[in-house]
Design a protein around this ligand. Structure first.
Ligand code: ZN
Ligand code: ZN
Ligand code: ZN
Ligand code: ZN
Length: 352
């Protein structure tokens, strides 16, 4: 488990939302942004010259069109407010739509759970019959259990259930390239470096993590760690955005933290969405917090389900919506469950 892909279970932050719920007085509700800006036309928004193919669309709102940069610049004082509103609406549309499907484990072809907890289905009851502390108490020990292991030889992530099955059967070779998995940490770091040179995002992200923490013989260097995260994030790797969100949050830059968590969440990162819920909660934006947690819980995020349960207890979520979210949660969990994963969970519970 030493050279395991960091499953990014920042207990201190993931649990933040829960403590915030207890701690914070709640103020304000999310405002619905509307704007009655320009309808799409084929005229320049500044000079009104009618459409030719060369009209350029404003990259923020994707609506206003201009002959050229001069028309756009001249129109900006008038356009600015509408443009910003529409850009925020567009971002929210992207943020709150269904996230992409989880990647499958390349061995068992089941969706990879964000947390192994997601493989534990809850009783198919309505939420009102589930005791308030059920979620937390029942699975606390499992909260930080690793979900997947990253094979640096092949750059593939394999679910805990499959890795556990290999170990049970005494097979310590990589199922893809047959490489010996009994390598020293130095050899594994060397493997990973080759993949970093080949620009493999998970490997870059893993190196960044080691760099940040000073792990596995990698010298601790926060500046370099951040550069590596940015490099992986630029390649569209959700976990790199998640880690950048964490770095900025720790540094107190909420704006940038939010930006990276949102980017990660739109790419399907469960923990990032969970943290966004906490940030919105902290900012008093209850509706947005509940929406994030509902999306997360529907996809099988245990922590999000837990936080929603608390919201329900405090009247921030309706019984109808939370019951339907619990049903969605259970069906997502059921899809991720297997005999091997159950066995992996049992093994960990026995040896904890
Ligand atoms: Zn013009
Ligand atoms: Zn615009
Ligand atoms: Zn698997
Ligand atoms: Zn391999």
């Amino acid at each position: 488990m030493f050279w395991t892909y960091p499953t990014t279970s920042p207990a201190h932050f993931s649990n933040l939302g829960v403590s915030l719920i207890f701690r914070l007085g709640l103020t304000g509700i999310a405002r619905c942004r509307t704007s009655n800006i320009m309808t799409t036309t084929n005229c320049c928004a500044q000079c009104g010259v009618a459409g030719c193919a060369s009209l350029k669309t404003c990259k923020s709102c994707m609506e206003a069109k201009y002959c050229d940069a001069t028309c756009q610049r001249n129109h900006w004082p008038m356009h600015k407010q509408d443009c910003k509103l529409r850009a925020a609406e567009l971002r929210d549309e992207a943020l709150f739509k269904d996230p992409p499907a989880k990647e499958d484990c390349p061995i068992c072809f089941l969706p990879m759970p964000g947390k192994i907890l997601s493989c534990v289905t809850l009783p198919p009851a309505t939420i009102s019959s589930v005791p308030i502390n059920y979620f937390a108490d029942a699975h606390q020990e499992l909260a930080n259990l690793t979900t997947e292991t990253y094979y640096s030889c092949c750059g593939k992530s394999i679910c805990g259930g499959c890795v556990h099955s290999f170990h049970e059967s005494g097979n310590l070779k990589c199922p893809f390239c047959n490489a010996d998995r009994n390598k020293t940490v130095e050899e594994q770091v060397e493997d990973n470096m080759k993949r970093v040179e080949a620009n493999d995002p998970p490997s870059i992200c893993l190196l960044a993590y080691c760099c940040y923490k000073g792990l596995n013989g990698v010298q601790q260097d926060h500046v370099k760690a951040k550069e590596l995260y940015v490099r992986a994030a630029d390649l569209g790797f959700n976990k790199a955005h998640y880690h950048l969100g964490m770095l900025y949050h720790e540094g107190g830059n909420l704006k940038k933290a939010r930006f990276h968590f949102e980017a990660a969440a739109m790419l399907g990162d469960e923990l990032a969405r969970n943290n966004l819920g906490s940030i919105e909660f902290e900012s008093g934006n209850m509706e947005r917090a509940v929406t994030h947690w509902t999306i997360g819980a529907s996809g099988g995020d245990y922590l999000a389900m837990h936080k929603l349960k608390i919201c329900f207890g405090k009247d921030y979520a309706s019984r109808v919506s939370i019951d339907s979210t619990l049903a969605a949660y259970n069906s997502s969990c059921a899809e991720m469950r297997s005999e091997a994963r159950d066995s992996y969970i049992r093994f960990n519970l026995e040896t904890m």
